[in-house]
Design a protein around this ligand. Structure first.
Ligand code: HEC
Ligand code: HEC
Length: 276
């Protein structure tokens, strides 16, 4: 005993207790990703497809839609039928789409926000797969995109739309600012949701839709927690103005976050806004 005590005083490692296997740091995830029950995992994945917007672009049944339906001058561009795509591809192929913007059979993937989904935790990704694999195939496989010369000129030659694999890499160069472990959940949620339209570093972007910019999320500095709850669940901002896009995004997607997730998101965005 005494020898051991002395050894510790001398800083000798040999006498110290066998260190416990250091616990794996808990992964940051949306609430409910750490379930083991199969049905709960599927339910969590289903909620994520709403919060992350999969159902907004790929339709609520995930059977796909031509996003140029109202603008045929740009050609044809499906957010494809996932109920047909998923059973035909491996987890690795689907994860390469989601995290790296790599389409298994074509050179470029367009308009799929892999640049934000690259940050999804492995637990959230796992539940997304559990849900996607639970869907029965419905409808027809969607055709590949056919972009018109006009679409190439307006979106691609101008650099407004980039091949998603390139957007993935570029987004890593300007991450949302890290404010430490107590804000990590809020930062995570912002990086996989808000960043899609407000930019990877949340400083706002031009032309989310033609002529509609998104602001730097520093604006949340002017929101109380109650104002933020109202915006996120009903789409009504401070001052009661009518918004053009954010209101729909909030009601369809962010109203499905848990109150705890919105707390974390608010705390992070508020701290980010009040940073000296
Ligand atoms: C902003 C709209 C949008 C959102 C949000 C979105 N997608 Fe997509 N997604 C697309 C578009 C558009 C394509 C087709 C891109 C192409 O063909 O070049 C696509 C392609 C895909 C593909 C590849 C299909 C194929 O045929 O190559 C998968 C898989 C996919 N999305 C899954 C998801 C999942 C899962 C989510 C949610 C986590 C999601 N998407 C969210 C628009 C979106
Ligand atoms: C699909 C695109 C999209 C996503 C995703 C998105 N926003 Fe927005 N947001 C916008 C646009 C566009 C505006 C500009 C206002 C409008 O829609 O008219 C906006 C405006 C705002 C505003 C300003 C409202 C005001 O007072 O004028 C806040 C705050 C905001 N967003 C917060 C968020 C947060 C927090 C997230 C993530 C949880 C998020 N947004 C995700 C598109 C988006």
């Amino acid at each position: 005993m005494r020898v051991c005590g002395a050894a510790i005083l001398l800083g000798l490692a040999a006498c110290q207790q066998q260190p416990k296997a250091s616990p794996k740091p808990t992964e940051i995830t949306f609430d409910g990703a750490q379930v083991t029950d199969a049905a709960a995992l599927v339910a969590h994945g289903a909620r994520l497809t709403q919060v992350l917007g999969c159902k907004g672009c790929h339709t609520p049944a995930l059977t796909g839609q031509n996003i140029f339906d109202d603008a045929p001058q740009y050609g044809v561009m499906y957010a494809p039928n996932l109920t047909q795509f998923v059973p035909r591809h491996s987890d690795a192929q689907i994860e390469a789409v989601l995290r790296r913007g790599i389409e298994p059979t074509r050179k470029d993937l367009w308009g799929m926000p892999s640049s934000v989904f690259q940050h999804l935790s492995s637990a959230d990704m796992r539940s997304l797969f559990a849900y996607l694999r639970s869907l029965r195939p419905a409808g027809e496989p969607s055709p590949p995109p056919r972009l018109s010369a006009l679409a190439k000129k307006e979106f691609i030659d101008t650099g407004q739309v980039k091949p998603e694999a390139q957007a993935v890499v570029e987004a890593r160069l300007k991450p949302a600012i890290d404010l430490g472990p107590s804000y990590a959940l809020g930062r995570y949620i912002a990086s996989v949701t808000c960043a899609e339209c407000h930019g990877p570093d949340l400083t706002g972007t031009k032309d989310v839709e033609p002529g509609l910019n998104s602001p730097n999320l520093i604006v949340v500095g002017a929101y109380t927690r109650a104002d933020f709850e109202r915006l996120m669940t009903t789409g009504v901002p401070v001052g009661g103005r009518k918004l053009r896009l954010m209101d729909e995004v909030a009601t369809h997607r962010f109203s499905r976050m848990t109150p705890h997730e919105r707390d974390a998101l608010y705390a992070y965005l508020k701290a980010r806004a009040e940073r000296p």
